[in-house]
Ligand binder design. Structure first.
Ligand code: CUA
Length: 292
């Protein structure tokens, strides 16, 4: 099947094949039913004054055609479920992390080193990319039709999308969830480029010695309480493994919401201090240092 842009991702190719075969099968069934109906209208027309055959019944035919169609359509179901599972299973190794921040009415993208861009997302080719998404206000939906991918962005929690672009080029981004007056204008472009171009574009060619999250953890003063000798706050490497990213994010923004047993609610909120990207980087830093 000629997709909008075939080959943008491997998953997109499989999905296109699936859609083509499903459409062909359904068309074939429809055409078959319509032709049979028309033929029977003619063959059994009242004007022919046919005798009604009494008790015509064949269990054999009924079982046969019911089970054959059941098998055909259940195999579509199985195939589609498999494709969906492939799509939502994260890759073993993520090469690049990108934060997608949606608000009325724009997309903001933060690359690993903090480099930000608005309504234009640059991606490296043939690399596993994880998009972590969050919304500032209402529900948005990040839609990449050429990649056959779509994922909602929710306020106050993270959602994820994994992709591996296979072809250089420019592709469209849409918001696929009605989010207010300028929903239709909440669009963007994604440019897939070679990895070296991507690194040059985002300024990641110069390798950072420490991670951004580590620097923020020190600079924001987290370390003064969250250290291994502290009595006032839990030591995070032992603590974060059993918590989700969204939970850790809320603990930074609304620390009084959940206070770990044995500790006082002394942590201030970092709501006005850290940006969405800062928080994500601190969480990534905590993940990298945690003890499982
Ligand atoms: Cu954002 Cu529609």
């Amino acid at each position: 099947m000629k997709g909008l842009y075939p080959g943008t991702t491997i998953a997109a190719n499989h999905l296109d094949t699936f859609t083509l075969i499903l459409t062909l099968t359904c068309s074939l069934v429809t055409v078959g039913i319509v032709i049979t109906t028309i033929y029977f209208c003619y063959k059994f027309h009242a004007s022919k004054k046919l005798q009604h055959p009494e008790n015509f019944q064949s269990t054999k035919i009924e079982v046969l055609w019911t089970s054959i169609t059941l098998i055909i359509f259940m195999s579509f179901f199985t195939w589609a479920t498999y494709l969906y599972k492939v799509q939502i299973t994260p890759p073993k190794k993520v090469d690049y992390e990108i934060l997608v921040y949606g608000k009325r009415w724009m997309w903001k993208f933060y690359h690993q080193n903090g480099f930000a861009e608005v309504n234009h997302l640059h991606l490296p080719k043939n690399k596993n990319i994880r998009l972590t998404m969050i919304s500032k206000d209402v529900i948005h939906s990040f839609f990449l039709p050429d990649f056959r991918l779509k994922q909602d962005l929710l306020p106050e929690t993270y959602t994820y999308l994994h992709l591996r672009p296979a072809k250089n080029g420019k592709y469209r981004i849409y918001c696929a969830e009605y989010c207010g007056s300028y929903h239709a204008k909440m669009t963007g472009i994604t440019t897939v480029m070679n990895e070296t171009d991507y690194l040059a574009h985002t300024g990641m060619l110069q390798k950072q010695t420490t991670s951004r999250g580590h620097d923020l953890f020190i600079k924001s003063g987290c370390i003064s309480c969250h250290n291994n000798e502290s009595q006032t706050a839990p030591f995070l490497p032992h603590y974060t493994a059993k918590r989700t990213d969204a939970f850790l994010r809320r603990s930074i923004l609304y620390p009084k919401e959940y206070v770990e047993k044995g500790f006082e609610p002394v942590m201030p909120s970092f709501k006005e201090i850290l940006s969405e990207k800062d928080i994500k980087d601190i969480i990534d830093y905590l993940r990298a240092t945690e003890v499982k």
